[in-house]
Design a protein around this ligand. Structure first.
Ligand SMILES: C[S@@+](CC[C@H](N)C(=O)[O-])C[C@H]1O[C@@H](n2cnc3c(N)ncnc32)[C@H](O)[C@@H]1O
Length: 222
């Protein structure tokens, strides 16, 4: 993954930032082996923190892979909190169930195979946290789907604001200089997402340059 910070700063953050436990290390090794884009420990630590800060009882993920991000959430959320994993790829989801079962956590997770957007239609909130990490071109639609299901004070976190299937440099002309939208579909999807969450009434958004870049969108408390 490219980085927006220099090598020393990256090593500093890695040395002092959130650490993998044995299961997370095993998942990260599996990701390396299969060239699979997990959210990584720095962004994962942010997921854990928001799950803890909201004392999350219910979390929904768009795009769960094999459960690496879900495991970060489970570490932060309430002891009886539950998470919905959605994944289009059957093998990845099955691997996720296997990993979480090995930590005794599978009974706190619902594993939904299929299109995350269709699955989201079948779920009513409130959710304390939602993660958007599936198709970049559909991030803004995912936010539209989930925003009313987020509890007051709850949070929507989206990954890949800077990198991951696109490069923010491709969007600079549009964002900074009033130029054209980027050609790349993923880059357009991310810009559209950030414009949508910035304009969403009752929500406030910050971009955290952590991992591939997170957008954290908090719903106003009631
Ligand atoms: C970046 S990975 C998710 C990584 C995961 N959140 C983590 O950090 O452990 C994106 C995943 O979304 C899945 N995906 C893509 N389109 C999807 C869709 N429409 N519905 C559900 N999953 C989808 C892909 O198969 C892939 O596993």
């Amino acid at each position: 993954m490219p980085s927006y910070i220099d090598e020393e700063a990256e090593r500093y953050v890695r040395a002092l930032g959130p650490e993998h436990d044995d299961l997370h290390a095993e998942m990260a090794a599996f990701a390396d082996e299969h060239d699979f884009p997990i959210i990584g420990p720095d962004a994962g630590g942010v997921l854990r923190s928001y799950a803890a800060a909201t004392q999350a009882e219910r979390i929904f993920e768009f795009g769960s892979g094999f459960g690496y991000s879900a495991y970060w959430f489970l570490k932060g959320m309430a002891d009886d909190g539950r998470i919905v994993l959605t994944e289009i790829d059957e093998d990845e989801l099955a691997k996720g169930e296997e990993f979480l079962a090995s930590a005794g956590l599978a009974d706190r997770a619902t594993f939904e195979r299929g299109d995350a957007m269709e699955i989201a239609h079948d779920y009513a909130g409130p959710f304390d946290v939602a993660l958007i990490d599936h198709q970049k071109s559909r991030y803004a639609d995912a936010f539209d789907l989930i925003r009313d299901e987020i509890a007051p004070g709850g949070v929507v976190i989206a990954d890949n604001m800077l990198y991951g299937g696109h490069d923010y440099h491709d969007s600079l002309d549009y964002v900074l200089d009033d130029g054209d939208l980027p050609d790349d579909e993923n880059a357009r999807g991310i810009v559209a997402y950030l414009e949508a969450v910035r304009e969403a009434e009752g929500f406030s958004t910050s971009i955290l340059p952590v991992g591939s870049g997170l957008a954290v969108t908090v719903r106003d408390a009631a």
